[in-house]
Design a protein around this ligand. Structure first.
Ligand code: ADP
Ligand code: MG
Length: 489
């Protein structure tokens, strides 16, 4: 048997000299596994369904071959003539993605290569939340690459801002997320406008059942590439149990005691992000919030500051779980758990990218134990649950956290005109206020106290203390690395 000793190179694909020099100038030396598997099939003109974990280089796996085909089209019948010039309102490669951030990021990736190959390659990102007129105007001259969120793209179609006579390729990136975020219908509607003769490329990190109908409907005899996660774990996943009311204190302790250059913290709701920013500020820790209630330019600025390394901590909802690629982001923290197990994979995939190790920490309180077990199970994980001295979770679950709801305004209800009239008719001589006077309630008799009944009926929850949560005979205990990372031993 011969041992493969040489690393694969980009020149195995038959790329043009310009593409090879662009790849070199970007600094990529060897293609990643998904690039090796997908690029030749895309260059053949095949439809492709490609799945690989986050951070595996899927963007370049479609950008490079499509760029090659669009700029050197004479080699492939589907792509028309060499250096075909894009006409007014036309789009040559359409990339649909689930988030605004991803449209911008992929646009940057395309431009990064395109400017080295052919500075005339046009690339446009369009997304909701900004004035549509600007996008309509930009589309007048046509574009080689259009990266769009589905809802905004449909609006542009309906505004007759875009035509498809020159469309060669449809790419759906993050298909799992597109379908999971409810964009399936928009995508199906968009497809009805496209010419039948086209190449279709689907990229995804996971293969949930929900993507199947779309795969069957859109892809024509696709080459299916499914890559299992790499053996070597680039992400060190840690799970810390903590009482709910101690979470922020533990988070602050971790942030202070570890010298992570940058940290991305996930919360489940927009309001929780803002609250956490405030709570950390009280502890002199500066963080920026990133969520859907922020205006588009605010979101862009927050990301820009973070990417430039000017801010250390971002607290975000799941809008940052996909598409955000900060090279060498060393740490991701789940302050709240994601609702879906799939999202857990995407969140932690923001670290451990491009071959650099990272750490993902989930802070879980009693009410989240069961949900985290589901996340582990669905993702085939069996993690060690730990606790940090001084922040150990109680054995008995404290009362579950109260969901804070916007307070109802107390006071008097406004009377309708009819009610005011009726009261006047009933002989109320005082000017009738349009506000109801609250009727006094008889004070309720206190219910008889059951003797010594606990306030809540929580059962004692077993707390893992450094040992694996469940032990299996066939599984050796996972060795923990970086045991001193917490700043305490
Ligand atoms: P995915 O879409 O699979 O989550 P990305 O395409 O965002 O991953 O790539 C993750 C990171 O890896 C990016 O920073 C990208 O620039 C980098 N990258 C991609 N391909 C290569 C390569 N062949 N060599 C080195 N870095 C790469
Ligand atoms: Mg991607």
């Amino acid at each position: 048997m011969y041992k493969k000793i040489s690393a694969p190179l980009f020149d195995q694909f038959g790329f043009s000299a310009e593409i090879l020099s662009a790849i070199k100038s970007v600094g990529y030396k060897t293609p990643t596994d998904i690039q090796q598997a997908a690029i030749p099939r895309i260059l053949e003109g095949r439809d492709v369904l490609a799945g690989a974990e986050t951070g595996s280089g899927k963007t370049a796996a479609f950008v490079l071959p499509v760029l090659h085909l669009l700029t050197r089209g004479e080699e492939n019948a589907m792509y028309g003539h060499k250096k075909e010039i894009v006409q007014a309102h036309q789009v040559r490669a359409l990339i649909l993605v689930p988030t605004r951030e991803l449209t911008i990021q992929i646009g940057q990736e395309v431009r990064k290569f395109a400017k080295e190959i052919d500075p005339w390659v046009k690339c446009l990102s369009v997304y909701g939340g900004v004035n549509i007129d600007q996008s309509i105007k930009e589309l007048r001259v046509g574009t080689d690459f259009l990266i769009a969120t589905p809802a905004r793209f449909l609006e542009l179609i309906k505004a007759k801002a875009v035509k498809f006579n020159q469309l060669h390729t449809l790419i759906l990136d993050e298909v799992d997320r597109l379908v999971g975020s409810g964009f399936k219908e928009e995508v199906e509607q968009i497809i009805k406008y496209l010419p039948n003769k086209r190449q279709n490329l689907f990229f995804t990190a996971t293969f949930p059942d929900e993507i199947r109908p779309l795969v069957r409907k859109v892809l024509d005899n696709p080459e299916i590439i499914k890559q299992d996660p790499k053996e070597k774990e680039l992400i060190d996943q840690r799970v810390l149990t903590v009482n709910f009311d101690q979470k922020t204190a533990l988070l602050a302790d971790l942030l202070n005691k570890n010298d992570w250059s940058q940290v991305l913290i996930f919360c489940s709701a927009k309001r929780s992000c803002d609250n956490l920013v405030k709570k950390l500020a009280e502890k002199d820790i500066k963080a920026l919030a990133l969520h859907g209630n922020k205006k588009q330019h605010e979101r862009r600025d927050v990301l820009k500051e973070f990417k430039a390394g000017n801010s250390r901590i971002i607290i975000a909802t799941d809008i940052a779980a996909r598409g955000l690629d900060i090279v060498q982001l060393p740490c991701v923290i789940n302050y709240d758990l994601p609702r879906s197990p799939n999202d857990y994979v995407h969140r932690i995939g923001r670290t451990g990218r491009a071959g650099v190790e990272g750490m993902a920490i989930s802070l879980i309180s009693h009410h989240e134990y069961q949900h985290f077990t589901v996340i582990e199970k669905r993702n085939g994980l069996r993690l060690q649950w730990e606790s940090i001295p001084g922040f150990e979770a109680d054995e008995i679950a404290p009362p579950p956290p109260r969901r804070s709801r916007p307070k109802k305004k107390k006071g008097h209800k406004k009377l309708t005109k009819k009610q005011i009239k009726r009261r006047q008719e009933q002989g109320e001589d005082k000017p009738v206020s349009p506000y109801k006077t609250p009727t006094k309630k008889e004070p309720e008799k206190p219910a008889e106290k059951p003797a010594d009944k606990p306030k809540h009926n929580a059962k004692p929850v077993p707390i893992p203390t450094g040992k694996p949560k469940k032990k299996r005979d066939d599984e050796p205990e996972k060795p923990r690395v970086n045991a001193s990372i917490w700043g305490r031993k």
